[in-house]
Design a protein around this ligand. Structure first.
Ligand code: IPM
Ligand code: MN
Length: 326
């Protein structure tokens, strides 16, 4: 039976890279039944639609969502990010953002497990006395025991199935309230996983280690904002952000998970056929893996790891990968 997938190409280079991802999935022999959703900054500019609740309800019966990128320069900052991407992550309870990095040249082979529904992204805070010299803006970080624990448990499970090493990244020396909750939860859950070695890095130090000794990492677990920043750096040390894939997971599988490249809509290079589709293709492979299509997923990942497929041009890279799969 075909997997039912919602496709959100989105804005900028989003539709270009997703169409290469679909080409590659097809070449790998997996049958998808796709439903297209016209959403993003362009759609908002046309009729003011961001993400209607009815669309989310429709998505609940799908097997997965495959998204390119959303955001256009003319839309006010946050409107599409919060109104579409974060709304989707929160409404579908996609509480793990899994971002793998492999790059043999730099000894990179690790995964970041980013908490995806809380922290500074939760939207807690507000503005008072706006526009006056007494203006106040607060933006809190929300950390619940339940939210932190389920993310940490996912990371321990992942580490047990990989090299058995898990690093907590935070800033416990300054963010003492949230840091204490994360550290205590991490240490408590660790007792249930005697097969996993653990360590802790402050986020600023982790930035140095990412660049100087990335081979020390296997799995990293961290909060939403640290995970956002660290995974751009992860892309930069693994052949560029055009290679970085991600999975927004609801590990309980009570609804669809969402798969998207880490990069954004890159309006500066949209429509020129020069965006690297590898991140989108690898996100497609993560989707196949989550759908149980392990063999096709492994084959796509193996082909993508071959530097020879990194030719010039969006569709040429897609073709080079697809050709090796049929
Ligand atoms: C990402 C992006 C998003 C995030 C933005 C577009 C809301 O940067 O997926 O990393 O901050 O999570
Ligand atoms: Mn980001």
């Amino acid at each position: 039976m075909a997997h039912r997938i919602g496709i959100i190409g989105g804005d900028g280079i989003g539709p270009e890279v997703i169409s290469e991802g679909l080409k590659v999935i097809n070449a790998a022999g997996v049958n998808l039944e796709t439903v297209e959703y016209d959403l993003g900054g362009d759609r908002y500019g046309r009729d003011g639609t961001v993400l209607p609740d009815e669309v989310i309800e429709e998505w609940r019966s799908l097997d997965a969502l495959y998204l390119g990128a959303v955001g256009t320069p003319d839309v006010p900052p946050g409107l599409i990010e919060r109104g579409l991407l974060l709304k989707m992550r929160f409404a579908l309870d996609l509480y793990v953002n899994l971002r793998p990095f492999t790059y043999a040249e730099n000894n990179v082979d690790f995964c970041v497990v980013r908490e995806n529904t809380e922290g500074s992204y939760a939207g807690e805070g507000g503005v008072l006395r706006q526009g006056t010299e007494h203006e106040i803006a607060t933006q809190g970080s929300v950390n619940t025991r339940m939210g932190v624990e389920r993310c940490i448990r996912f990371a321990f499970d992942l580490a047990s199935n990989r090299k058995g090493h898990l690093t907590l990244v935070h800033k416990t020396n300054v963010l003492t309230f949230a840091g204490d909750l994360w550290e205590r939860t991490f240490n408590e859950v660790a007792k249930e996983y005697p097969n996993v070695d653990t360590s802790y890095n402050h986020v600023d130090a982790a930035c140095i280690y990412f660049v100087q000794s990335p081979d020390q990492y296997d799995v990293i677990v961290t909060d939403n904002l640290f995970g956002d920043i660290l995974t751009d750096l992860g892309g930069a040390i693994s052949g560029g952000i055009g290679m970085a894939a991600s999975a927004n997971l609801n590990p309980t599988k009570t609804g669809p998970s969402m798969f998207e490249p880490v990069h954004g809509s890159a309006p500066d290079i949209a429509g020129q056929g020069i965006a690297n589709p590898t991140a989108a293709i690898l996100s497609g492979a993560m989707m196949l893996e989550f759908l149980g299509e392990n063999e096709a997923a492994d084959r796509i990942k193996e082909v993508c790891a071959d530097p020879a497929v990194q030719v010039e041009g969006t569709s040429s890279i897609g073709d080079a990968i697809a050709q090796r799969l049929v």
